[in-house]
Design a protein around this ligand. Structure first.
Ligand SMILES: O=C([O-])CC(=O)C(=O)O
Ligand SMILES: [Mg+2]
Length: 279
């Protein structure tokens, strides 16, 4: 039998809400914030809603009403799952508690990560699309840079080699939430993106940049409010000849990526999908 969840009582909720944290999460104090918040969540048995050890039960349950002698066999009864309703309500309470410790400066960032699609879950639930190649997983060759650890958007492709003139030209156009995916041939001999281009991408509304190649000005890029993936950092700048191809199919690690497809990146990896996936 499925174990039952218990809804938080009004007394418990009031007690949680009256806890004074006395600080908020800002763009610079994540370690301190986590060290202060985690013990609170553990001692109040709330951590399971955060780390996934109390998973969301399915909204519908099926029970078999076996009547023994019934020649028709078992009758399957479908009903709403009260555990699901309780979990959703408890989870909303925990979310509210945590969001009350997030500063306005960090709100958008936290909100974006909460709303983004988890790549592991997307793989688990889309086995058929993975098998047909409609969803592809990029090989785990990338390092994570930029403020946004989880990001997604329609792809603009670019093929260049040790030359970043076209990277700047594309980033000077409106991003409109797109992710620039640069096939730089995996070159480890110079950087295709640096702090200035990272800032430009942020200002022009790009969501992220994925580089099959290197970046530089890592500290500046890490301060930009975009997601960045690259093979490594390299201090040298690239050529400035303006050679390359925009919006063409590219290959990264043997995986084809087409302009207009969707990219999903989080701490677990990077997915390419022919169409937009629902969260
Ligand atoms: O100028 C470049 O080639 C890359 C760079 O350093 C930047 O974008 O800041
Ligand atoms: Mg620079």
């Amino acid at each position: 039998m499925a174990s039952s969840l218990i809804a938080f009582s009004q007394i418990e909720k009031t007690s949680h809400n009256s806890h004074k944290f006395g600080f908020t999460l800002s763009p610079t104090n994540y370690g301190y914030w986590k060290a202060m918040l985690e013990p609170f969540l553990i001692t109040n048995n709330l951590i399971g809603y955060v780390d996934g050890t109390i998973p969301c039960p399915p909204p519908i349950v099926q029970t078999k009403n076996s009547s023994g002698k019934d020649v028709e066999g078992d009758i399957v009864i479908t009903q709403p799952n009260t555990n699901h309703t309780i979990w959703v309500s408890n989870d909303a309470h925990v979310c509210m508690l945590i969001m009350s410790t997030v500063s306005e400066a960090s709100f958008q960032h936290v909100h974006d990560s909460m709303g983004s699609l988890a790549t592991a879950e997307a793989c688990d639930t889309n086995g058929a699309l993975l098998a047909t190649g409609d969803i592809r997983v990029l090989p785990p060759i990338f390092k994570i840079y930029g403020q946004s650890r989880a990001f997604s958007g329609p792809i603009a492709t670019l093929k260049v080699f040790e030359d970043n003139v076209l990277v700047r030209e594309l980033l000077e156009t409106k991003g409109e939430g797109r992710v620039l995916v640069i096939d730089g041939g995996g070159s480890m001999r110079c950087a295709l993106v640096g702090g200035n281009l990272g800032q430009l991408a942020q200002n022009m509304g790009w969501t992220g940049i994925v580089v099959n190649g290197c970046i530089r000005d890592v500290d500046e890029i890490n301060a930009c409010d975009i997601g960045v993936r690259a093979l490594a950092s390299h201090p040298q700048k690239s050529n400035k000849k303006g050679v390359g191809e925009r919006h063409v199919p590219i290959h990264i690690g043997g995986t084809v990526i087409r302009d207009g497809e969707w990219l999903y990146a989080d701490s677990d990896g990077v997915l390419i999908s022919e169409t937009e996936l629902s969260v």
